[in-house]
Design a protein around this ligand. Structure first.
Ligand SMILES: [Zn+2]
Ligand SMILES: [Zn+2]
Length: 267
């Protein structure tokens, strides 16, 4: 069963597709469960406002209309990729109070001071500093909570491709990775395999098998698979690679969330 838990529509600042078009593309690819997870970025000192409210409401209404239109063909779920909720707890609280999401993916896109991870100039000399900063922020985010699954743990590594001769890895940071995974397990949170690395990075999934194995050994139960598609042709991309990786790590199931409840699917 093909299931994509991380996709963006035109209701994300970096997306362009209508939710109806996304459903059509997903159905064509044989996707059974599609979760729309448009961005909602909690930024320091930036209050939740009417523009943000209208944007999320637009996505919600389009999801509801598409659910009726494609009933019986696809299970369309309303999710949110909530960026760094710990950096603006008031913002996160309001979004989550106003909207009932099936699924909330917690992702770190910004360092403190609203510095976009994407815009930092990484060099071989500063990579260690930024990995440690990324991990420290991620721990704060998990501590704060308010999401089901940690999104793309490998995100910062994707920015490092110019700093390494081989594939970037979190080897050397095993202790900190273990602390992060233990925090997820203690809070019954999931871990995402984000397949966009296959398309944007080096033709590899950024998630390393030893990280998944560690999560499993610590008692982790929920692995989600998300394409992070910003274009409809990428919906469901890399799903088979992700399933293979999950199996290699010793899991026999992946998970998606509906009405905030985990649903496990055998592979
Ligand atoms: Zn993201
Ligand atoms: Zn995303």
């Amino acid at each position: 069963m093909l299931c994509d838990t991380h996709t963006h529509s035109k209701y994300s600042f970096d997306g362009a597709e209508s939710i109806e078009d996304m459903c059509l593309a997903a159905i064509e690819k044989g996707v059974s469960v599609l979760t729309i997870t448009d961005h909602s970025e909690a930024m320091e000192q930036v209050p939740y406002n009417d523009i943000e409210r209208a944007r999320i409401l637009g996505a919600k209404e389009e999801v509801e209309a598409a659910r009726i239109k494609f009933a019986g063909k696809i299970d369309l779920l309303f999710g949110c990729e909530l960026g760094q909720p710990h950096m603006n707890p008031e913002y996160a609280k309001k979004v989550l109070e106003e909207f009932e999401f099936d699924y909330i993916l917690g992702s770190l896109h910004f360092f403190k001071g609203n510095v976009d991870l994407y815009d930092v100039k990484y060099t071989p000399e500063n990579v260690d500093f930024y990995i440690k900063t990324y991990f420290a922020e991620t721990k704060e985010m998990i501590e704060h909570g308010k999401f089901h699954t940690l999104g793309h743990l490998d995100y910062i590594m994707r920015r490092f491709k110019d700093c390494y001769s081989g594939l970037p890895t979190y080897k050397g940071y095993e202790d900190t990775v273990e602390e992060i995974l233990q925090m997820l397990v203690d809070r019954d949170m999931g871990l995402e395999i984000n397949t966009s690395g296959l398309r944007k990075w080096m033709g590899e999934l950024g998630m390393e098998v030893w990280v998944l194995e560690m999560y499993r050994k610590l008692g982790g139960k929920y692995i989600t698979i998300g394409s992070d598609a910003h274009a409809k042709q990428d919906i469901g991309a890399g799903f088979d690679n992700a399933c293979k990786l999950i199996k290699t790590a010793g899991f026999s199931e992946f998970t998606y969330f509906k009405n905030s409840e985990p649903i496990k699917v055998s592979i």
